[in-house]
Ligand binder design. Structure first.
Ligand code: GDP
Ligand code: IMO
Ligand code: MG
Length: 429
């Protein structure tokens, strides 16, 4: 029995939260290793809906949950989310939630900068979640971040704030924005420290111990491979590595800990925010996918852009992320289409591509080459076995496997936890 790493294989919102929750019953620990509260993972359990942004989805089942050092942590967002979940009856205490002491903090100044840049960018904006994710990662690699462990040394904060504020005040001045109120920031940090510190610990040691004891760890990715800062549709990406390869650096464990890499793949494609989207549909079919799939952002409420399944992109994601098998989600949203299309290649003029070219202008120019398949009128919603799926839906799944060169391990047929078809158990390999 090995570990499992769950990552999104498209542009996020593939249904990672549901699958992590489903797998969490068999895991000893769930670990986030990148991103921050830009994520929005939805769990539906009976009549209860849980929306998690920063907390690992295992927390709802009571599985010990770890926020690794690769995550950028907004301590105020953490407090709000913990309190919201507690209000829904979920226990979140230092027994269940462990936060790496080395997590860089997202501060209000990061949110400011995110918004200032987006507002100044006009049509060229990234369409970020405005949570300060990018600016916080910049400060991390710029070696001026304030980290969780610094909250335990408030008396030593001044030199850190000097470095950080000097940098940000220049940037803010460029936008005509007021300088940072340092005293207020210091007081705010002192105030929130008491909330955060009880959760803080050397989680690399917990992971090491888990490995030595043969515990099963479930790594929970946020966003998706096409939003990866190296492998995604740059510059329309997030500021972290979202590929499975990030688990080691982002949690303090070896790269071999990934185990079975489960790519979460929506049976069609969505994207929220700006950037290229070759199979985007701006017609009635796109509208229908959005309505049937309730495609509105969990974090920002923005309408998600919708389009046909893009096998070229998922094949590429599977390759760059070492995906072992996929969980295909939301197949029920395709119920009732007369025909469904799958993108199998791209064209720019006479040039044919079997991958997404890296240049932003080329990415915007590619024309999808489609294969059309007969749809199905019977419902797949709520199916829990292959036998309950219409023959055409099975054909669709099999064709996807072929095109992306990866087997299907799970199929999800509704938002509910148990409406899931297990084809092969990721933990068993
Ligand atoms: P995540 O960010 O990858 O965790 O995905 P989100 O939670 O942002 O978006 C996925 C949405 O689809 C959520 O509202 C889920 O409840 C819902 N969902 C997940 N799996 C299925 C499924 O198989 N069918 C349907 N209809 N909805 C699903
Ligand atoms: P989950 O984990 C979908 C997108 C934003 C924007 C780009 C950069 O729920 O799948 P950022 O705030 O990260 O700097 O924004 O990335 N984005 C997501 N899109 N799902 C997410 O997370 C996302 N997190 C960020 O919309 O285009
Ligand atoms: Mg989401």
């Amino acid at each position: 029995m090995g570990n499992v790493t769950v990552i999104g294989a498209q542009w996020g919102d593939e249904g990672k939260g549901k699958i992590v929750d489903w797998l969490a019953s068999r895991a000893d620990m769930v670990v986030r290793f990148q991103g921050g509260h830009n994520a929005g993972h939805t769990l539906v359990i009976g009549d209860n809906v849980y929306k998690l942004s920063l907390l690992p989805s295992g927390i709802v089942r009571g599985t010990p949950s770890v926020i690794g050092n690769g995550v950028v942590l907004d301590p105020w967002a953490l407090k709000a989310e913990v309190e919201k979940l507690q209000g829904q009856g979920v226990t979140v205490s230092p027994e269940q939630l462990w936060i790496a002491e080395t997590c860089p903090l997202i501060l209000p100044i990061h949110r400011d900068l995110d918004a200032l840049r987006e507002d100044a960018s006009g049509a060229g904006k990234i369409g970020t979640t405005r949570r300060g994710i990018g600016p916080a990662y910049e400060d991390k690699v710029g070696r001026r971040a304030i980290r969780v462990c610094d909250l335990a040394h408030l008396g030593d904060l001044d030199p850190l704030l000097d470095r950080l504020c000097a940098h940000h005040d220049h940037l803010r001045a460029g936008f005509g924005h007021e300088v940072i109120d340092r005293e207020r920031l210091k007081n705010d940090l002192a105030e929130i420290a008491d909330f955060v510190l009880p959760f803080a610990r050397p989680v690399w040691r917990d992971l090491d111990e888990a490995r030595r004891k043969g515990r099963r760890v479930l790594f929970e990715g946020a966003q998706g491979v096409l939003l990866d800062v190296d492998h995604g549709t740059y510059p329309f990406v997030t500021s972290s590595n979202t590929v499975a390869g990030q688990i080691g650096a982002g949690s303090g464990t070896g790269p071999g800990a990934a185990g079975f890499v489960l790519g979460i793949v929506k049976a069609y494609t969505t994207r929220v925010g700006s950037g290229p989207f070759p199979t985007e549909l701006e017609d009635a079919d796109g509208q229908r996918l959005g309505e049937r799939g309730h495609e509105f952002g969990t974090v920002t409420g923005r309408q998600r852009r919708c389009g046909w399944f893009d096998a070229v992109l998922v094949r590429q994601s599977a390759a760059v992320s070492g995906i072992t098998g996929i969980a295909l989600t939301k197949i029920d949203v395709l119920d009732g289409f007369d025909t469904v299309k799958i993108c199998t290649g791209y064209r720019i003029g006479d040039t044919v591509y079997d991958y997404l070219p890296p240049n932003a202008a080329d990415q915007a120019a590619v024309e999808p080459v489609y294969e059309e398949m007969e749809g199905w009128s019977d419902s797949t919603a709520g199916a829990r076995s292959w036998a309950e799926l219409p023959a055409q839906a099975i054909k669709y799944v099999r064709r996807i496997e072929e095109l992306i060169r990866c087997p299907v391990a799970l199929v999800s047929t509704s938002p509910q936890r148990d409406d899931t078809i297990l084809v092969s158990d990721p933990f068993a390999s």
